[in-house]
Design a protein around this ligand. Structure first.
Ligand code: FBP
Length: 490
């Protein structure tokens, strides 16, 4: 016999970058809690939790937000809650609003936050000595919060990659029509190259760089430039003076030499925080050249000014470099131009640079993300009604009915250096070079470079044959028999 749970008071917040489907998580959560329990929204992410910025979510709100993209219903931010005084503030807010549970909808760093909150709020929050439950929901367009069969993908990845694939497909068709430009396109995705790999599988670009391959195979900056220049030259010899190059957003952090230089820079910026404050950017750079380990200072100094400045930008509260602002595609296309001039100066090479980033994070959800997120919200709600804490909601077997699952978040924590110090964080899932998706890409890329085999998938479909398609990387890596997703409720 099951007993109906009533009287629970649950608060939900968004954390980190927005991703399509967040509003449906809230809707699924509200549905499962039912009218017997109360759902509160927290405005402006973890910062709003510290400030006690809460309001009650009604059925009318759900009617307005369901199936809409974005996190604008409540807003989001990247505050890390870790200091003892912050935990005390959270406890005070839980007491003020008489909360029984908090749901954190976020990526790897936000779910790390959720694990620590779960531990700190486990007991002694309420008058009777009991605690407040904390449940995470896996969100990020980056696709780097995934865990094999237990968590095939985070939400938002499908919508973002389909929107990018439309734009990249359009560029491939445009340049294959006008026959005169090389487009260098940097695609969002922070560290991992899942987004770039997925978009490549959907569109078959002339070239797609994969950061993880660059790091693992020790491919230097000049080797990357040479390999692109050689493809440009070979195509030009066949009369093909055009193409599209996909560049993952975080590439710079993966290039040998750059990786250790950026780690060194992160450490020293944290160490010399006080000395750097009050200096202008040029003074900061001169100061850092002398503080970096030998070789790193010289490498930093050799970079174009805009890249140098961006490398000195403030890290976020989780210690991440703001790679979305580093124009690697511009640096690469100029270096390729210079190299072509050295190798074959008769070749025509006109390049145009693009960054596809923020425009896809809040797009209206694909059918997959809409259904997935509603079910993730319902799973998070069920974990709360079942008195669980420290779990992340997931759905497995996305091709055969989908099964809800709760994953203990603490089991995912690993040690990484953040802001110059070891910290426990959820490890980012990177593209594996032995994964079926990468192997498939590797088996095709030469053909895509030599010929015009582009695919232009067009805009996201809400009906018709492609509307029910899962991300190709997920289908290949999970060895699903079909591209189509299936949820039990359908
Ligand atoms: P999350 O990991 O929080 O989901 O962030 C994803 C992301 O869109 C990255 O791809 C990008 O590098 C970053 O956010 C940009 O951050 P911001 O919104 O702070 O500029």
């Amino acid at each position: 016999m099951t007993t109906k749970v009533s009287g629970k008071r649950v608060a939900v917040l968004f954390s980190g970058g927005p991703a399509a489907g967040g509003h449906n998580v809230v809707a699924g959560l509200k549905q499962i809690l039912g009218p017997e329990n109360t759902l509160m929204g927290i405005k402006a992410g973890p910062k709003g939790l510290l400030k006690g910025n809460l309001f009650e979510i009604t059925d009318d709100h759900i009617q307005q937000i369901i199936n809409t993209g974005g996190f604008n219903f409540m807003g989001t931010d990247r505050t890390k809650i870790e200091k003892p005084e912050d935990i005390d503030k959270v406890k005070a807010v839980c007491q003020e609003y008489n909360l029984d549970a908090i749901v954190v909808i976020g990526g790897d760093d936000s779910n790390t936050n959720a694990a620590f909150l779960a531990e700190k709020l486990f007991s002694d929050v309420k008058e009777d000595g009991s605690g407040v439950q904390v449940i995470g929901v896996p969100k990020t367009i980056d696709g780097d919060l995934q865990l094999g069969d237990e968590l095939p993908i985070s939400f938002g990845f499908d919508t973002a990659t389909k929107i990018y694939a439309e734009k990249v497909g359009n560029l491939l068709r445009d340049t294959g029509s006008s026959l005169k430009y090389w487009h260098f396109v940097r695609l969002m995705g922070r560290s991992a190259s899942h987004v770039t790999l997925e978009v490549a599988l959907q569109t078959h670009p002339t070239i797609a760089l994969i950061s993880e391959e660059v790091r693992e195979c020790n491919i230097t900056m000049s080797e990357i430039v040479d390999s692109i220049a050689n493809i440009v030259i070979e195509r030009a010899k066949k009369g093909l003076n055009y193409g599209v190059v996909l560049v993952p957003e975080g590439l710079i952090e993966f290039i040998p030499g750059f990786t250790t230089m950026i780690d060194d820079l992160n450490d020293k910026m944290a160490k010399f925080k006080d000395e750097l404050s009050g200096k202008n950017i040029r003074e900061q750079l001169i100061f850092m050249y002398s503080k970096l380990t030998q070789g790193h200072g010289e490498l930093l100094e050799s970079l174009p000014d805009p890249i140098k400045y961006k490398l000195m930008a403030n890290r976020d509260e989780h210690g991440n470099l703001p790679v979305s602002q580093i124009e690697t595609e511009t640096m690469l296309s100029s270096a390729v131009k210079a190299r072509i001039n050295e190798l074959e100066n008769t070749i025509k090479f006109d390049s145009i640079n693009h960054f596809f980033g923020y425009e896809a994070r809040c797009g209206a959800s694909t059918l997959f993300d809409a259904a997935y997120t509603y079910n993730l919200g319902a799973t998070a709600g069920s974990l709360i009604l079942d008195d669980r804490t420290g779990y992340m909601a997931s759905l497995t077997d996305l091709d055969k009915g989908a099964k809800p699952l709760g994953i203990p978040i603490a089991s995912l924590l690993d040690i990484e250096i953040r802001k110059g110090k070891p910290a426990k964080v959820i490890e980012k899932a990177l593209v594996k070079l032995d994964s079926p998706a990468f192997i498939y890409f590797d088996s095709r890329r030469k053909l895509w470079a030599e010929n015009d085999l582009s695919n232009s998938p067009g805009p996201v479909q809400l009906w018709g044959p492609t509307s029910r398609q899962l991300p190709k990387t997920v289908v290949l890596n999970r060895e699903y028999a079909s591209l189509e997703f299936k949820f039990a409720s359908e």
